[in-house]
Design a binder for this molecule. Structure first.
Ligand code: MYR
Length: 131
């Protein structure tokens, strides 16, 4: 159900979230209008996710429940895993530089893909439409 290409339509509190993450002003300004597109290919427990934005393109393979390393678009390195809870993907990632937790979920709501983010008490959302 997550399969397909999703283009960001709108964001909620994403700038505050990036601020909490310590992303600098210039990068926040760019990331706010990053035209993020994610392509998700799920095969059972295995995922291939392609991210493309004005910041970069990146591809990653992961398996539900299996930890992997990932570098965020601002350069922050994290390590963690996605799990499936019901129809929701739940990700728990730890920053390598300070060991703090970044949690994220992906869920489908009314045909849109909603990704939520939490870091140190700040929540944000990005909502994607299918292409
Ligand atoms: C993926 O499934 O797309 C790969 C793993 C994603 C890991 C964490 C996603 C959180 C992204 C937060 C962006 C913050 C930018 C400062």
């Amino acid at each position: 159900a997550f399969n397909g290409t999703w283009k960001v339509d709108r964001s909620e509190n994403y700038v505050k979230f990036m601020e909490q993450m310590g992303v600098n002003l210039v990068k926040r300004k760019v990331a706010e209008h990053d035209n993020l597109k994610i392509t998700i290919e799920q095969n059972g427990d295995k995922f291939h996710v392609k991210e493309s934005s004005t910041l970069r393109t990146k591809e990653v393979d992961f398996t539900l429940g299996v930890p992997f390393d990932y570098t965020l678009a601002d350069g922050t390195e994290v390590s963690g895993a996605w799990e499936m809870e019901g129809d929701t993907m739940k990700g728990k990632f730890t920053r390598k530089d300070n060991n703090k937790l970044l949690t994220t979920t992906r869920t489908l709501v009314g045909g849109e893909l909603v990704q939520s983010y939490n870091y140190e008490g700040v929540d944000a959302k990005r909502i994607f439409k299918k292409q």
